[in-house]
Design a protein around this ligand. Sequence first.
Ligand SMILES: [Zn+2]
Length: 524
Amino acid sequence: MATVSSATLVGVDGHPVSVEVHASNGLPGFRVVGLPDASCRESRDRVRAAILSSGLSWPQRRVTVNLAPSGLRKAGSGLDLAMALGVLAADGQLFAGALDGSAFIGELGLDGSLRRVPGILPLAAAVGEPFIVVPPACAREACLVRHATVRTAISLKALVEVLRGGRGWPELPPPDGAFEEPRLADLAEVRGQAFGRQALEVAAAGGHHLLMVGPAGSGKTMLATRLPGLLPALSPDEALEVAKVHSAAGIELANGSLSLRPPFRSPHHSASAVSLIGGGGARIRPGEVSCAHRGVLFLDELAEFPAPVLDNLRQPLEEGRVVVCRASAAVAFPARFMLVAAMNACRCGADGSPGSCRCVESSRARYVSRISGPLLDRFDLRVRVSRPDVEDLLSPKAGGVVPTASEPSAVVAARVAAARRAATERGVRSNAELASWSLDELAPLSPGGWRLLERRLREGQLSARGLDRVRRVALTVSDLAGRKGPLSPEDVLLALALRAPGALGVEGAAGAPDRMSALGVAGR
Ligand SMILES: [Zn+2]
């Protein structure tokens, strides 16, 4: 009997697993028990082939592998290596003491090579042993775990030689020193778009969800992709949290090191519900909403996403996590992201421009109604973005005109950082996270500000939930301006403008009254 330490992945968390191997006399056979899933049961074939092709012998005995704890479902191929070593130790081909103090994680190829497995970061973090042996391709990532020394070997054969004392541990692959994170797109490259830029800044400062509506080619995508350059860097703890999710999703960490950049994910509208939310067959993996955790989820062409796919966003937007249920298990993934979406105001994308748009009013309303009221209501900021005028692009100067200079991202990011600090003093990461009950204390309104909101409420242009959202945005506006004290009418006016009634351009169009109020459209 031999016991080898390893780990398995559940959601984005690793759990330690003890691989117990028992070899007894009797009819030769190989059994794996202890709740392995289908992909894990396939390990039997890989382990047998890897041992044979490594020039080692397969025991002519009855081999039983138990994966403990038995209540935990084991998925994936990461237990291959531990099983193979357990078989060799139980058969006496390897001194069992050589395995003590180490955990082994890795998939075996039929030729005995060690192959990378997804989620090495959470897996390595889960084991308690002072040494971890992983495939070379995972070594750098495993090194992010500070509590253990990482070792590697290219194949089962090479590893057995080291464990038998025949040779020393090979060097870890060196980090790619020349690697630099790609340069972020800068706001200075966006000409004109004063209002769009302002909305982007408020969104970044307050963590507010942002919807941009406008004709094709108006620069919505260009603005959205500038967002990562405005957001504050992740803390080391957040970066590790993000890296674990990406590791579990099988995304290779650049240079095997932690990135302090907030993630920016932009799934295509043809993305399936599984790739967006998470799930999958053999192994439940995190989806795009989780890969965007602590960062930005950008949905371009929002109206082109199928409604059932968008419905799945409700849980992560409300709870900051998503629960994926399968017959075998329910797994929760973190999913606290900033939602940024862009859409055209009509099917043809010309947005009512005379001469080019052929959409009739009813078809425009139908196009917009593809976004459900509850989802629309989640956007704190809903702005129209139009194509910039020539006047926006050029500035008069002595001797002619020059391209207009735009404020660079670094300047805007400094204001955003100051606003985020103000939010931190309130005990939240950003104003969007403020609880409704705390608004009276943390975001008091001046009498003038109240009067503005009261009028909108009486006119039916603002719902109770909308009221809270406007107050949070007004607080962010005030923070960006460096103001303290009750929210002024100016703060409230800008917040209302940023949650524009009729941002979708369907004033007075057909639609149920409750839907129109959710749209923030003055339909009465
Ligand atoms: Zn049109």
